[in-house]
Design a protein around this ligand. Structure first.
Ligand code: GAR
Length: 206
């Protein structure tokens, strides 16, 4: 078990994944702490919620800044908080290679599809329009590609004939909230290793 159990959250939107993590910590199901919440969009509803919850919040707008200059400002805030894990919770910015190298295997993302299917934006709609009968969500480490890092955990979600896109999105989101909390717990509580692309627990019996 590692000592530092703090998380740093990056978000750009409503922040329901952040709220799910916050709730899991509050209820005692997830033994972790949130060292700070940062957004590139000062008005992001998730950031306003974070302020309400009493977390240190940081708005660092990306507009008008070069990508690396923006990232350096973000890095300074993260480093001051010294978290164990950086949790992307709907953070709609591509992270540059310097950032990723600096925090390798410490940055997590959640994606609303079963990767490697349907990477990029609007993954739920991509899956819905494709006509798959099963989709889901993926928690993965962030690497230099778009939604390509080693997979930590996935949850499958069925697509029903009568579904609207909104039905499917809601069903996936429910599983996202579970998956993120579970994945963070695994990373903080167990020994694990990444071999090639494969993330796996160490010393876990079959
Ligand atoms: C979530 O559905 C998450 O999977 C998705 O953005 C949403 C954020 O919702 N992320 C991506 O598509 C990343 N490629 P939230 O703000 O309510 O957590």
């Amino acid at each position: 078990m590692i000592e530092n159990r703090s998380l740093f959250i990056l978000l750009s939107g409503r922040g329901s994944n952040f709220i799910a993590i916050h709730e899991a910590i509050r209820r005692g199901g997830l033994k972790a702490s949130i060292a700070g919440v940062l957004s590139n969009l000062p008005d992001a509803p998730g950031l306003l919620k974070a302020r309400e919850f009493g977390y240190p919040v940081h708005a660092i707008p990306h507009k008008g800044k070069e990508r690396r200059a923006h990232e350096l400002a973000v890095e300074a805030v993260i480093d001051a908080a010294a978290p164990r894990l950086i949790v992307l919770a709907g953070y709609m910015r591509i992270l540059g290679p310097e950032f990723i190298r600096k925090y390798r295997h410490r940055i997590l993302n959640i994606h609303p599809a079963l990767l490697p299917s349907f990477p990029g934006v609007h993954a739920q709609k991509q899956a819905f329009d494709y006509g798959v009968k099963m989709t889901g969500c993926t928690v993965h480490f962030v690497d230099e590609g778009v939604d390509t890092g080693p997979v930590i955990l996935q949850k499958a979600v069925p697509v029903y004939d009568a579904d609207t896109l909104e039905d499917l999105e809601a069903r996936i989101l429910e599983q996202e909230h579970r998956a993120y909390v579970e994945a963070i717990g695994i990373l903080l509580d167990s020994e694990w290793a990444i071999t090639g692309r494969r993330f796996a627990g160490v010393g876990i019996a079959k």
